[in-house]
Every structure is written in structure tokens, then in C-alpha cells.
Design a protein around this ligand. Structure first.
Ligand SMILES: [Zn+2]
Length: 119
């Protein structure tokens, strides 16, 4: 067998001249050849496109944001409705007094609540 490194003809498993073990070299060379072939095949196939993104993922994220926003809006609306009180608010009992700002003069007066439903 002719040594692939130093080209000296040898018999047996090892090169007489440089000590190369033919079987080892063959194995490594075969592996390199396969890798080169794979790389070449990949080049011939053209650039590989990135794996397509699941279109439902974006929709799911948008839906989750929308849900959180709606829950926040509901909580804010409920809080607003609960804290907003008018003299005729049903939660005020007749006989209670409530501060009411007179819009023409700007002064705050305490007004006696007549009845829950009267206006
Ligand atoms: Zn050799």
C-alpha cells in the first residue's frame, strides 16, 4: 500500500517511513469525504430558508394582550362606576347629606338626599 502522506510503498497496517496507521487515516478521510459531500449537497440545494413561524402563535399573543386589556378596562370601568356618586345615587340613603359643587358659583354645599329615586 502506498502511504497517502509520504507516498512510500509499505506493507502492513503502518507506514514504514512516517508511521501513519492506514486504517485510522482511511476512517478519518472517509468521514471528511462524507462531510464534504453533505456540504456540497447543501450548497446545490440553495440557501435554506428559516423554519416558518406558526401563524397561530402571533394570533395567540395578540388574543392574550386583548384579553388582558379587556379585563383591565372592565376593572377600571367597575371602579369608576363604584366611586362615582351623585346625590340621587341609589347607594345614598334619604336623609344623608352629600357635598355638591354649584357649577355657577363654584362653592360646595352639602345637600340633603331626599329619596333614592327622586330627582
Ligand atoms: Zn507515510
Amino acid at each position: 500500500m502506498k502511504c497517502p502522506v509520504c507516498s512510500v510503498e509499505s506493507s502492513g497496517v503502518e507506514c514504514f517511513s512516517c508511521g501513519l496507521i492506514f486504517e485510522k487515516w482511511d476512517k478519518r478521510h472517509e468521514k471528511e469525504k462524507l462531510e464534504a459531500q453533505a456540504a456540497l449537497a447543501a450548497l446545490e440545494k440553495g440557501p435554506t430558508l428559516p423554519a416558518s413561524v406558526d401563524p397561530w402563535r402571533g394570533r395567540f399573543i395578540a388574543g392574550a394582550f386583548l384579553a388582558v386589556w379587556l379585563i383591565g378596562l372592565t376593572v377600571a370601568a367597575r371602579h369608576y362606576m363604584r366611586t362615582r356618586r351623585r346625590p340621587d345615587d341609589q347607594s345614598a340613603r334619604a336623609g344623608d347629606t352629600m357635598p355638591v359643587r354649584d357649577l355657577s358659583t363654584g362653592e360646595v354645599r352639602r345637600v340633603k338626599v331626599q329619596s333614592a329615586r327622586s330627582r
